[in-house]
Ligand binder design. Structure first.
Ligand code: AMP
Ligand code: FE
Ligand code: FE
Ligand code: ZN
Length: 266
């Protein structure tokens, strides 16, 4: 039997909170036998700038946009748009700006808790968030692990946590679709359950049915998608060292679906 072609449609590079550079991510994708890949950094497409795609790998433009649904954060995966699209670039610019402001406010709050963060620290990543703060706390010796940093200082209800400004989910879906992107709800199994009925009534294009290693519940997500004639995608949410239990290729998108995503929505 011929091994089906696999595409991992949810990965992060060092442009956001992944530990692999975009080039390394492409090489690793080939090494684990993937034929398709989408780099879906948080609120940035910087990974695609000047990226040389190795032979044998098809790269699908993608981004994971953080949105707000009545106080809960909802991650949307957008695929298949033009990397030159002005609307998408502008959405990312606005999100990155509010990420940076929020990041600095969280640093301020950590300082107020008595932590002495280096005021002269600089970052190479385009999208800043809590993972970079976790890294800093580890380097300072305040925490021993990424998980400890979240448990002690950075979780959603921690005193240092700042939600930040995001686009409203519905408006973001519409804006992304107007820019020729397919919009998929990322990791629906991690969304606040109370918000699911609202989300399921939104004009999404699909659900990320296969996610990381969460194999248990995919049948119910598949049924929800099929009832709505939505696309079904899969991805690992690979971050490299930060999430070692989600290796590249842990989940993948069927090849026909991947090809459709590559064509764009219109
Ligand atoms: P941010 O975009 O700044 O809100 O950071 C979100 C990132 O932090 C995601 O990659 C999550 O995987 C990670 N994260 C959020 N909450 C936790 C938690 N309680 N434990 C570990 N990682 C978390
Ligand atoms: Fe992340
Ligand atoms: Fe996410
Ligand atoms: Zn992600």
């Amino acid at each position: 039997m011929v091994d089906p072609l696999r595409a991992d449609c949810h990965t992060h590079s060092s442009a956001s909170d992944g530990s692999y550079s975009p080039e390394e991510l492409c090489q690793e994708a080939l090494a684990v036998g993937l034929a398709g890949l989408s780099i879906t950094d948080h609120d940035t497409v910087a990974a695609y700038d000047q990226l040389r795609v190795p032979d044998g790998l098809t790269l699908l433009p993608g981004v994971e946009v953080t949105t707000d649904l009545e106080g809960s954060s909802v991650h949307l995966l957008a695929y298949g748009f033009s990397l030159d699209d002005k609307e998408i670039r502008e959405m990312c610019r606005q999100r990155l700006e509010s990420r940076r402001e929020r990041f600095m406010e969280m640093r301020q709050r950590l300082q107020e808790q008595g932590l002495r963060l280096d005021p002269n620290r600089t970052w190479t990543q385009t999208a800043l968030g809590r993972p970079q703060l976790a890294q800093e706390l580890i380097e300072m010796g305040v925490c021993r692990s990424y998980q400890e940093a979240f448990t002690k200082y950075l979780h959603d209800h921690a005193p240092a946590y700042v939600p930040g400004r995001s686009f409203a989910t519905l408006e973001a879906i519409q804006q992304l679709q107007a820019a020729n992107a397919y919009v998929i709800l990322a990791h629906p199994m991690l969304v606040d359950r109370k918000k699911l009925p609202k989300l399921m009534a939104m004009p999404l294009d699909g659900l990320e049915v296969w996610y990381g290693h969460s194999r248990g519940s995919w049948v119910s997500w598949m049924n929800l998608a099929m009832e709505r004639h939505w696309l079904m995608t899969g991805g690992s949410d690979f971050h490299g060292a930060a999430k070692p239990d989600q290796p590249l290729g842990a989940s993948w998108t069927p090849w026909e679906t991947f090809q459709r995503l590559c064509e764009g929505r219109r």
